[in-house]
Design a protein around this ligand. Structure first.
Ligand code: FES
Length: 293
């Protein structure tokens, strides 16, 4: 059972303004029965250009009925300019909130309102056209609509997008594309969220940098070297130069150089600062020995 607020229940059990206005000034129809819900909104203006009456017909769940009902109440008395600024968030808030999985009903309400305003602007002949290119074929949702719900509701995951506009909720074939749209919009913010906090060289004091280098060596590098019978010691840090000594392994062979460049440097750059480079402290290096045979 969904958790509904009293306001949602009230509008579901006693929906206001059900039906269709005769000779309306604007008609908006969105959704389709095939997709599980559809909404038709009609309105009439008074002489001063304010919405005098609004009615709806919907085929949908309790939330679809409640959002449509509340929407007709919200817009009554508004000018079309005011009505065009109503967002799906306003509708959900007016109801005291909606279950996340039902937010798409509020989006459908906003779309129907927009379609009706467009229809009025086009002299009553305009049919609502989907703007953009269809990304989700299962529910006929375009990239523009997906972008819009992401921006207006600050969405971060495909699951959230599905809750708000259904895209991705069918076969799932469009999820990759939805992911890309989220990334394009949330951009750097999303990277910050996903990646663990990393220190960056610039803001670090010398002491903090050295500690971080030590920590990275202890946690990220030493275990890998130990697995190959070796060890590493931090000797000094001079600016971006990290001086280390390798112990208990062949310090001269090419394999060590390979390890140094590719493992140690890469790890330090990843975890501490991108400008770091590693040098081996020859003096304290292990006694050179030679491979036999
Ligand atoms: S194409 Fe989007 S869920 Fe199937």
């Amino acid at each position: 059972m969904w958790e509904y607020t009293d306001k949602v229940k009230d509008h579901f059990f006693n929906p206001r303004n059900v039906g269709e206005i005769e000779n309306p000034d604007g008609v908006g129809e969105v959704g389709s029965l095939a997709c599980g819900d559809a909404l038709k909104l009609t309105f009439k203006l008074d002489e001063s250009g304010r919405i005098k009456d609004a009615k709806f017909k919907t085929f949908g769940c309790a939330s679809a009925i409640a959002t449509s009902s509340v929407l007709t109440e919200i817009i009554k008395g508004m000018t079309l300019e005011e009505a065009s600024r109503v967002t799906n968030k306003d509708i959900a808030e007016y109801l005291g909130g909606l279950p996340e999985q039902k937010m798409h009903c509020s989006v459908m309400g906003r779309e129907a309102l927009e379609a009706a305003i467009e229809n009025y602007g086009g002299g009553g002949t305009q049919k609502h056209e989907l703007a953009g290119k269809v990304v989700c074929n299962c529910f006929g949702v375009t990239d523009k609509e997906i972008e819009r719900v992401i921006i207006e509701n600050d969405l971060w995951t495909v699951e959230e997008v599905t809750n708000y506009c259904k895209a991705g909720g069918g076969c799932g074939g469009c999820k990759g594309e939805i992911e890309k749209i989220i990334e394009a919009i949330q951009g750097d913010k999303i990277k910050e969220q996903r990646e663990p906090v990393r220190y960056h060289g610039k803001g670090l004091t010398n002491i903090a940098k050295i500690q971080l280098i030590q920590q990275t060596i202890n946690e990220q590098i030493r275990p890998a070297l130990r697995a190959h019978g070796g060890n590493i010691e931090l000797i000094d840090v001079e600016g971006s130069k990290v001086i280390v000594a390798f112990r208990g392994m062949c310090a001269q062979c090419r394999l060590t150089e390979f390890t140094m460049k590719d493992v140690v440097e890469a790890k330090l750059r990843e975890f501490v600062a991108e400008d770091l480079f590693v040098e081996e402290d020859k003096d304290s290096a292990a006694e050179p020995h030679h491979h036999r045979g």
